[in-house]
Design a protein around this ligand. Structure first.
Ligand code: TMP
Length: 208
């Protein structure tokens, strides 16, 4: 079976990390070879770019800089990790991808989506995820969960309205692209979320 490109999205505290580990397990049990990775990051250079992006020393970074750094890390990630893994028949499970740029830099910070689309076409060519799971929780619930994890990074420090705009963009994009995206209600006990995630993946595995 050829590999698929699966991305996982959601606001802060949506429970992505727990579900990603479970998704890997489900895929491996089905005999898939899986590459788990994340954005921004996933390569040595990309992880350095991630540190720059999340660090409070760079509070007030220009929006163009922030967006270009996201795509710089993505270009590296695509060339060194994602494309080679897919070409080798592996499944790629990626914690955030370009939907996050539309949600955070577009919705959150107000960058026109047309600008993001130009970079998306340039950096990715025709490559888009085959499946995207959007873990959705009310902003207050997500921020409360994320707040328990320790020091807030440059994004986590933002106001609640910033995250409301992010959530709205994620939901809007997912609804407009139902062939690729599934919205998973993550405001439920972890077991219930797992059951739904497993069912979605089972559907995909059956399709081959
Ligand atoms: P996280 O995935 O560990 O939550 O941290 C990554 C942070 O980077 C998160 O706050 C979302 C943000 N981000 C963007 O703003 N744009 C992007 O394109 C990506 C991939 C992440």
């Amino acid at each position: 079976m050829s590999g698929k490109f699966i991305t996982v999205e959601g606001g802060e505290g949506a429970g992505k990390t727990t579900q990603l580990a479970f998704m890997r397990e489900v895929l491996e049990r089905a005999g898939c070879r899986v590459t788990s990775t994340r954005e921004p990051g996933g390569t040595a250079l990309g992880e350095e770019i991630r540190s720059l992006l999340l660090d409070h020393r760079h509070d007030g970074m220009a929006l163009a800089t922030e967006t270009l750094l996201m795509f710089a890390a993505r270009a590296e990630h695509l060339e060194r990790v994602i494309r080679p893994a897919l070409a080798a028949g592996r499944w790629v499970l990626c914690d955030r991808f370009t939907d996050a740029t539309y949600a955070y830099q577009g919705g959150g910070r107000g960058l026109p989506p047309e600008r993001i689309a130009i970079l998306e076409d340039w950096v990715q060519g025709g490559l888009r995820p085959d499946l995207t799971l959007v873990f959705d929780v009310p902003v207050a619930v997500g921020l409360e969960r994320a707040g328990r994890r320790g020091a807030a990074d440059r994004f986590e420090r933002e106001e609640k309205v910033f995250f409301e705009r992010i959530r709205a963009v994620y939901l809007d994009r997912a609804r407009r692209d139902p062939g690729r995206c599934r919205i998973v209600n993550a405001d439920r006990p972890v077991e219930a979320v797992r059951t739904e995630v497993e069912a979605i993946l089972a559907g995909w595995l059956e399709r081959g």
